[in-house]
Design a protein around this ligand. Structure first.
Ligand SMILES: Nc1ncnc2c1ncn2[C@@H]1O[C@H](COP(=O)(O)OP(=O)(O)OP(=O)(O)O)[C@@H](O)[C@H]1O
Ligand SMILES: [Mg+2]
Length: 285
């Protein structure tokens, strides 16, 4: 009996060694409406198709909408976790076997003005939940309120999304500064969304990185870019991931490339040169 117990303990220890730490990645931006939620939803969807267990946490407290984007109908949200003592895993919504969403509830003032203890409870519950998952993606709200920066502080990896607009870049810089200088985040990636062409995306990254180098004395990784893709709006209207509806669209290909860079995966990207050509001409595909 003693022998068996010893063996079991060893097995558990080995299993614990085998189990890689879950990755926690916050997607944030500074300026709103730059594409965070769409990026998170599609990255999560694509990761789930290659067997990764992914949870998306909707951290846009008070104005959450990733559930709408994916056509999910939450019966319960984080409000029920905070007010009614529900377990976080009981409010999780299933997109598929590998992909779950924790909905935050939208238009709920209590969520927008969440108290410090309630916020801590959410973060503790999240720690529990990620034990059984490979990747937790956090879709933050826009801005640099404490609600947003607190998630940046708790995430090992951060993806700052910007568009080529100077206003968006300035706000992205503000977030990078907080993540890097205040919270000492080491793993910060810049993702340029809604560029008109590759050159504009590269210039945006280079200019933002140059500013960071000048004022923060640090450079940040290039997480990739996506062009403006009109198919995205069609997918949003159908409340499905564009990666599912239009697997060869520009946006989907960009998400695959992002995954290949960030997760060292090898998702096949079948470039569509004609779509690229027209995208660069007209800012769409
Ligand atoms: N590459 C793209 N091409 C075309 N439209 C895009 C692209 N990326 C995002 N959009 C559109 O921009 C709008 C904002 O996207 P999304 O809601 O994902 O942004 P967000 O950063 O999450 O916004 P918020 O700050 O409000 O949470 C949506 O209408 C979306 O369809
Ligand atoms: Mg959003």
């Amino acid at each position: 009996m003693a022998d068996q117990a010893e063996k079991l303990r060893e097995m558990v220890k080995e299993k614990a060694k085998d189990k890689k730490k879950s990755r926690v990645i916050a997607f944030t931006s500074g300026k709103g409406g730059v594409g965070k939620t769409n990026i998170v939803a599609n990255v999560a969807y694509l990761l789930s198709t290659i067997g990764k267990k992914v949870i998306v946490f909707d951290a846009d407290l008070g104005l959450a909408n990733i559930d709408i984007l994916l056509g999910l109908k939450p019966k319960h949200t984080l409000i029920d976790v905070i007010k009614k003592g529900k377990k976080m895993k009981d409010i999780m919504l299933k997109v598929n076997d590998n992909f779950h969403v924790i909905p935050a509830g939208s238009g709920v003032e209590e969520m927008a003005n969440i108290s410090e203890p309630a916020f801590s409870k959410i973060k503790n519950d999240l720690q529990e939940i990620i034990k059984d998952t490979d990747i937790l993606l956090i879709d933050t709200g826009a801005g640099i309120s404490k609600k947003v920066t607190s998630f940046i502080k708790s995430s090992e990896e951060v993806v700052v999304v910007t568009t080529p607009e100077p206003t968006s870049m300035a706000d992205a810089y503000a977030v990078i500064k907080i993540a890097s200088s205040n919270y000492k985040r080491e793993n910060i990636n810049i993702f340029v969304n809604m560029a008109r062409n590759q050159e504009e995306a590269e210039t945006t990254y280079n200019n933002l990185n140059k500013i960071c180098k000048k004022f923060l004395n640090k450079e940040f990784k290039n997480g990739g870019y996506s062009l403006i893709d009109k198919n995205l709006s069609l997918a949003v209207k159908q409340q499905k991931a564009i990666a599912e509806l239009y697997p060869n669209s520009n946006f989907t290909i960009s998400m695959k490339k992002f995954i290949n860079t960030m997760f060292k995966e090898n998702l096949k990207v079948r470039e569509n040169p004609i779509a690229r050509f027209f995208a660069s001409l007209f800012g769409g595909s």
